[in-house]
Design a protein around this ligand. Structure first.
Ligand SMILES: Nc1nc2c(ncn2[C@@H]2O[C@H](COP(=O)(O)OP(=O)(O)O)[C@@H](O)[C@H]2O)c(=O)[nH]1
Ligand SMILES: [Mg+2]
Length: 366
């Protein structure tokens, strides 16, 4: 073989190798660019969870708002309640007889935690619509949806005050501090200036927990040491919110049982004292209840409302619970609007309550 021929063969082999490498690199590049960049469907466990009271005080950067709509979050968060309604109605319709139907129906509503009074009202309304005729599923669904909605109070026009002072109350562990963190996140993203008063001075860890969140979302806070008078903290916070021209002032409070009268008195005092720092404050008193406690949440709401005239209720922990019916029981019995629902532990998991959407979601499988 001549030298030239050898050279041509070597060159040929080299060209083939270069070609193969180029194809390989091109495939890798395409794969890389196709990989999703957003965090749209991050698995739950990878999303950031709220810190526990004793959590490290090193705030992680705020995750940019992922384009998951409130509607989607609500649907996910209420999936257990929806499944519960679907399964119990499946049972109700299998082999149902007209004469037993409405009696069984009342039982279903009761087990769905929508409360005795409300269940009776709903069944009476259904009976008056259908008489003794057994309704079809879609007929029942649409009538039930109308009845549930007609029982929900309409939210009043929002307060026109600056700062708008919102006092957050509830039993221990209901989710007050977490809800404040979530509210901060939501309001900040709407360009509002927030100031939080850490009036839960009962435990140092509670103050730290709140500080972590305030730093993380970049809100302002008024803190005092553990054991400080909660009314004094609330007063200072409202005064600071006025002088710093905050849009919203959120006051965290220590958890307390609704049955402890002296602790109720303490809340009443805080309320009065805030009014001295700014006439009309607090403009809102929101009760936070753990929705997974069903009827207990309704009892708490009843008691707190008697003492403190609630203007709104936040129902948390509806994710992981089939007791979402409690939302309807509270709103319909107390005639106090449910303002937000909590459907998870990340800062984005707080959704403004929307009655028609809520009813649609839980009855979707009927
Ligand atoms: N799954 C779930 N957990 C929640 C929700 N809201 C609060 N939590 C958790 O409930 C626990 C108690 O919350 P915290 O805000 O400290 O309660 P507080 O004592 O009322 O201030 C924390 O572990 C929170 O992460 C929610 O909507 N869903
Ligand atoms: Mg707390």
């Amino acid at each position: 073989m001549e030298n030239n021929q050898v050279l041509v063969i070597i060159l040929g082999i080299l060209l083939v190798l270069i070609g193969v490498s180029a194809v390989f690199i091109a495939i890798q590049a395409v794969r890389l660019f196709r990989r999703p960049t957003g965090a749209i469907e991050q698995p739950q466990e990878r999303r950031e969870a709220m810190p526990r009271p004793a959590a490290a005080v090193v705030p992680a950067p705020i995750t940019p708002s992922v384009p998951v709509t409130d509607e989607l979050r609500a649907a996910r968060g209420l999936s257990r309640t929806k499944a519960f309604f679907q399964q119990t109605f499946d049972k109700l319709f299998s082999g149902a007889k007209a004469e037993e139907f409405f009696g069984d129906m009342e039982e279903v509503l009761l087990t769905a935690d929508i409360g005795i009074d409300f269940s009776e009202k709903v069944v009476a309304a259904l009976k008056s619509s259908f008489g003794v005729t057994l309704p079809g599923r879609s007929e029942l669904k649409s009538k039930l949806s109308d009845i549930l909605l007609s029982q929900l109070p309409v939210s009043e026009v929002s307060v026109d005050a600056r700062p708008r002072v919102v006092m957050i109350i509830g039993v221990n562990g209901a989710g007050k501090t977490t809800t404040i963190a979530k509210l901060c996140q939501r309001f900040q993203s709407q360009g509002k200036k927030i100031l939080v008063g850490a009036a839960d001075t009962f435990r140092a860890a509670a103050i730290e927990q709140l500080k972590t969140w305030i730093d993380r979302v970049g809100a302002e806070g008024v803190f005092q040491n553990e054991g400080a008078d909660p009314s004094a903290v609330a007063f200072d916070a409202v005064q600071a919110a006025v002088s710093r021209h905050s849009d919203i002032c959120l006051i965290d409070t220590a958890g307390r049982l609704h049955t402890k009268l002296n602790l109720m008195e303490e809340l009443k005092k805080m309320k009065r004292v805030m009014g001295k720092a700014m006439p009309g404050a607090p403009h809102d008193v929101w009760l936070v209840v753990d929705g997974s406690t069903g009827q207990n949440a309704l009892n708490q709401a009843r008691e707190f409302h008697q003492h403190l005239e609630l203007t709104g209720v936040v129902v948390t922990k509806l994710d992981g619970s089939a007791k979402g019916g409690a939302v309807l029981a509270i709103a319909s019995e107390l005639k106090v609007p449910v303002v937000f629902i909590g459907v998870g532990e990340t800062p984005e998991d707080l959704i403004p309550f929307n009655g028609p959407r809520f009813v649609d979601t839980i009855l979707e499988g009927l």
